[in-house]
Design a protein around this ligand. Structure first.
Ligand SMILES: [Zn+2]
Length: 457
């Protein structure tokens, strides 16, 4: 039959065209020399229209869940027909660049089992764009072909994106001992759920081969995460795909929240990060071998605490806070601090350091240096002498360790009692967050310090 019009194209990368005869009752799918005829009536039967309606409904639901906002994400289902093997069933896909919450059944594409567009939606007037099948079509076809799936969901849900960003080195998401793992095909509560993570690309279609590789490497997987992007999830049916998608998003969200609490979702006891496996989501061979190779065994054994050391004065904190708040506080409280902590090991070390400094100052004729009496004259006289020396040092703005150490201890007491409250410039919190990612990228794996930042001057 000679077709009189051409209405759509292929999505599987060949030069095939799908040609339709507008007045005929059949559609011809031409692939090189192979020709498949299909009844137009079959393309318009109830099963197909039900599948189109289903996708429109699912897109509205997924939009409400934040999975397909901004026209992102996509959904595809196979047209269910008991008389047709799944691999031979027709495929319905959502269009590209369309607001998912406003889609209607007539907006859907129908594809042949091997990925040729059999039916396209009609064009709509401006400001609608010309109809285009989803950019995920190649990926969907790959999943259909490799996994014998009945439906595939591509979500841009925030949790599916963020969970890949916490550690940019991880190639797997791992979680265990969560009830919702039971919702993932082939898994029980205590199983370790492993989802491969692939890197994002500029164009969605370029993800096709990386997804295929991930499916080959993880035959048990029913999802693949795309870093900084989202997730592809499939199931035997649309119900299975949807149910698993809900469970995956729940588990991604749980993992993010556990991480914020400093807990490790990949360990059965969900203990503190760094105490169980030492690396967020570190149950996998990849992360262990990576750490061993990149940082050595010693580093791997003790990753628990990291800090960011800042030059506060004028950098993170206004200079006026130092001169107008911290220094007067130390000056006013040196006697009180020494009296309250006189017997402590720390203060005795401070006093010994001061004695040594003052002795040097005295010998060198530094102005204001006053000899410290021996301990047996009594604590009050010793403290009075120390205070006089400290006041003299501070007025001279001395930069000696003995003074700095004592000041630090006085300020720490002030911060702990909330008599002192730290001040930072407005852009410091955001800069610290960026530091966290730099540290992670540089190999400082444990970023659990972020919720526990403490300002130390
Ligand atoms: Zn996407």
């Amino acid at each position: 039959m000679e077709p009189s019009s051409s209405s759509s194209g292929s999505v599987n990368g060949s030069s095939l065209m799908v040609m339709t005869e507008s007045h005929s009752q059949s559609i011809v799918v031409q692939k090189d020399k192979a020709v498949t005829s299909m009844s137009r009536a079959y393309l318009e039967n109830k099963a197909v229209s039900d599948a189109k309606s289903l996708i429109a409904e699912l897109c509205r639901q997924f939009y409400a869940m934040g999975w397909v906002s901004g026209t992102g994400g996509s959904v595809t289902v196979k047209v269910h027909d008991d008389s047709v093997p799944r691999l031979d069933q027709l495929i319905v896909m959502s269009p590209s660049g369309f607001q998912k919450e406003r889609m209607v059944p007539e907006d859907m594409y129908v594809l042949s089992p091997d990925g040729f567009i059999l039916s396209s939606p009609a064009s709509k007037p401006y400001p609608y764009k010309p109809p285009k099948c989803t950019d995920c079509a190649l990926l969907f076809m790959k999943v259909y072909g490799m996994c014998n799936a009945g439906a595939v969901i591509h979500s841009h849900g925030m949790e599916s994106c963020l969970v890949t960003m916490i550690n940019p080195f991880l190639k797997e998401f791992r979680i265990t001992h969560m009830e919702m793992i039971k919702g993932i095909q082939g898994h029980s509560y205590s199983d370790e759920l492993v989802v491969p993570i692939i890197e994002n690309t500029s164009h969605e279609g370029e993800l096709t081969e990386p997804i295929a590789e991930a499916i080959r490497a993880y035959p048990k997987a029913t999802a693949v995460l795309v870093r900084n992007h989202g997730v592809y999830i499939w199931g035997d049916s649309w119900i299975s795909a949807k149910t698993q998608a809900e469970c995956y998003h729940y588990l991604f969200d749980a993992a993010i929240k556990l991480h914020q609490l400093g807990l490790d979702c990949s360990a059965p006891c969900h203990g503190p990060i760094g105490k169980v496996n030492g690396f967020w989501g570190s149950g996998g061979n990849f992360s262990r071998s990576f750490r061993t190779a990149a940082f050595g065994l010693d580093y791997m054994m003790e990753p628990s605490q990291h800090c960011i050391l800042l030059d506060n004065e004028g950098t993170a904190t206004p200079t006026s806070f130092i001169t107008d708040v911290l220094f007067p506080y130390a000056l006013d409280n040196v006697g009180k601090h020494l009296a309250a902590t006189y017997g402590s090991k720390e203060t005795q070390e401070d006093i010994n350091l001061l004695r040594s400094q003052i002795q040097d100052d005295f010998e060198q004729g530094v102005s204001g240096a006053v000899p410290i009496p021996p301990d047996y004259v009594g604590k009050e006289l010793v403290i009075a002498s120390l205070v006089a020396n400290v006041e003299s040092m501070m007025r001279s703005d001395r930069k000696v360790i003995a003074l700095k150490q004592l000041q630090g201890h006085i300020w720490r007491t002030g911060f702990q009692s909330n008599e002192l409250v730290g001040v930072v410039f407005d852009d410091v919190p955001e800069a610290l967050e960026r530091c966290m990612y730099i540290l992670v990228a540089a190999g400082n794996h444990n970023n659990s310090f972020l919720p526990n930042l403490t300002m130390v001057t």
